[in-house]
Design a protein around this ligand. Structure first.
Ligand code: ZN
Length: 257
């Protein structure tokens, strides 16, 4: 081959490969990064480096903080939906998204029995249990809150294939077993309940939990500012602003890690 022909061949092969990758993969699959989108309140979409998509507490349609472009449920095609507990601001649109997308739903065994889920969608467990979903492992861990119907609330630790992990505290008060969650999983990223009001730990206690028990690289506060009864962003920034790795997101924001 002449030099120019060889260059043409390389360019054409590259184009064909790029096209094949575009046709066969989600746009951000398998790029080595963890992609996180905050949908407002406790709802997050997380895509693993290998392309596994998880939807946490998908309270979307009636969520006053979810940006309009994220309200159309047909855009969600997660591999699994993770429910921390049975309250409406967490279960949200889980049943509708599971029915439309075929996603599995992970939660407390007794809670999932109370939902109308498609046949075979429920993956019920208890604290200490775990499920393999695509290239991630989803671990069920304790949280200190209420959950009726459905037994008890949960947090989640998602372990990625590259060794990193993400901890969603769920709705909770600070508790001593957070030390065990750090000892066992050493989460790199934490979704931190910091909403206060009558329901949960406030931003000051949330900050104490991080300082006392964790060494995460990134801490993303959530569950605040949705309604006036909850702590606002100013309070979250004031109490958590000095926390190592703190990342204040806005609903609709995406970040790569
Ligand atoms: Zn809540």
């Amino acid at each position: 081959m002449t030099k120019f022909l060889r260059l043409d061949f390389i360019a054409m092969t590259t184009c064909v490969l790029a096209l094949l990758i575009t046709m066969t993969s989600p746009s951000w699959a398998s790029d080595g990064k963890i992609h996180i989108t905050w949908l407002g309140h406790a709802a997050f979409q997380v895509t693993s480096p290998g392309g596994t998509t998880l939807l946490f507490d998908p309270f979307i349609k009636n969520n006053p903080k979810t940006p309009e472009k994220f309200k159309d449920l047909s855009q969600y095609k997660p591999d699994a939906i993770l429910l921390t507990h049975s309250h409406g601001d967490h279960v949200g649109d889980a049943e509708a998204i599971a029915a439309a997308s075929g996603a599995k739903v992970i939660g407390v065994f007794d809670h999932l029995k109370s939902l109308e889920l498609p046949e075979g969608a429920a993956m019920g467990g208890n604290p200490g249990g775990k499920f393999k979903v695509g290239d991630v492992t989803v671990n069920l861990v304790p949280a200190m809150h209420s959950s009726s119907p459905g037994g008890r609330p949960l947090g989640y630790v998602v372990q990625f294939a590259d060794g990193r992990s993400l901890y969603d505290t769920g709705d909770t008060w600070i508790f001593g077993d957070m030390a065990l969650i750090d000892e066992i999983f050493s989460p790199n990223i934490i979704f931190l309940q910091a909403g206060g009001g009558p329901y949960n730990q406030d931003p000051r206690i949330a900050a104490l939990g991080i300082k006392k028990y964790f060494k995460a690289d990134t801490v993303i506060p959530m569950h605040y500012g949705t309604w006036p009864i909850l702590s606002g962003e100013d309070e979250v920034k004031a109490e958590l602003g000095a926390t190592a790795g703190i990342k204040i997101m806005q609903p609709g924001d995406s970040s790569d890690f």
